[in-house]
Design a protein. Structure first.
Length: 234
């Protein structure tokens, strides 16, 4: 990627825009090109943030090989990586005391189920909740999720270490790396009520929705020569 010093001003790039739509006014085009310049700046800011994220120094070593219940039996945290070097874990709000999962988490995971096969070409990707695995599998079938891997944190050890020390039923998105046999925490979404702007719901930036924003949260990033396919061989 070109350095910031080599980039042309966003307003200059916006002037190269030749897009026009039927019956648009001159006022609209002036405002749209001004907005386009801001969109170019936003794209550059997103890339700077992603690069800064990828350049983070090593974080803490994961303290234990947590135990989860999977659809096919117990599994240790280290096995969730499979053959990948990076693991993204979404903790969703479906604790044992909940009658139904959080609607927002459900919406997000439904979108990610459609992206999971693409994401897993580059990283390992799982969803974890505190409910028993039988409930998670039943809900997965109810929602028609085909690709998303779900795990139950029965003991709550992982949840207390990386989601809520009080085992609160809250969402979290954590990324871990495995380098030279050592598993470390890499990054977590840390924007919440305390960092929300006035009049806005708590949100991350960028919001973790679909494929590209997911990959931007990992040290591998989007890559330079990889693109999604319609099908993948097993």
């Amino acid at each position: 990627m070109a350095t910031q010093q080599q980039l042309k001003p966003a307003t200059e790039l916006a002037k190269n825009n030749g897009v026009r739509f039927p019956n648009e006014s001159d006022e609209y085009r002036r405002a749209r090109n001004a907005l386009l310049a801001e969109e170019i700046e936003l794209r550059r800011h997103i890339e700077r943030v992603a690069a800064q994220r990828r350049a983070l120094p090593p974080s803490g070593v994961v303290p234990k090989d947590y135990r989860f219940d999977a659809e096919n039996g117990p599994v240790n945290f280290s096995k969730l990586f499979g053959d990948k070097q990076t693991l993204a874990v979404y903790s969703y709000m479906y604790g044992p005391k909940r009658e139904h999962p959080c609607p927002m988490c459900t919406s997000l995971l439904s979108a990610w189920d459609g992206e999971a096969a693409d994401i897993e070409q580059r990283i390992a990707f799982v969803a974890v909740a505190r409910s028993p695995i039988e409930r998670l599998v039943a809900f997965k079938k109810e929602r028609g999720w085909r690709h998303l891997k779900v795990y139950s944190d029965v003991s709550g050890d992982y949840t207390r270490d990386y989601v809520s020390a009080d085992d609160a039923d809250i969402p979290a998105f954590n990324v871990f790396t495995r380098r030279d046999g050592t598993i470390r925490h890499f990054w977590s979404g840390e924007m919440g009520m305390e960092t929300a702007d006035p009049g806005q719901d708590p949100r991350g930036a960028p919001d973790l929705m679909p494929l590209w924003t997911i990959l931007d949260s990992t040290p591998e990033g989007r890559g330079t020569d990889w693109y999604p396919k319609l099908k993948y061989s097993k």
